[in-house]
Design a protein around this ligand. Structure first.
Ligand code: FES
Length: 110
């Protein structure tokens, strides 16, 4: 299902924003006129990624340094602590921008 998350202008260029879509939280990341949507918790220990370092291509968790490509969720750098814990893939969502609005595709029927 497609959900209207917010306006593109609600997120600063180079910024991040956590939005609620039904019961689900989604982390939006903006670079210019492009936006990516990922799960808001790090797959390593489920700590928040909203405080991570976003460089326009990758998102680095501030807790143990795991780094993920936001394009497909691939982990490009493992955490320094207990690297075998958790998943090595960050969940991602499809995003469309239409008429200045960020539309996020989720699997759920909310
Ligand atoms: S919780 Fe993110 S790297 Fe450990």
């Amino acid at each position: 299902m497609e959900h209207d998350a917010c306006a593109l202008t609600d997120i600063a260029d180079g910024g991040k924003k956590v939005v609620s879509i039904g019961e689900e939280k989604v982390l939006l990341l903006r670079k210019g006129n492009e936006v990516w949507a990922v799960e808001p918790r790090c797959p390593h220990m489920k700590l928040p990624l909203s405080t991570g370092k976003w460089d326009g291509e990758t998102l680095k968790c501030r807790f143990h340094g795991a780094c993920y490509s936001v394009a497909d969720g691939t982990r490009v750098k493992p955490p320094w602590l207990l690297a075998s814990m958790g998943s090595d893939k960050l969940g991602t969502y499809g995003v469309t921008i239409k008429d200045g609005r960020i539309l996020v595709q989720t699997a759920g029927g909310q």
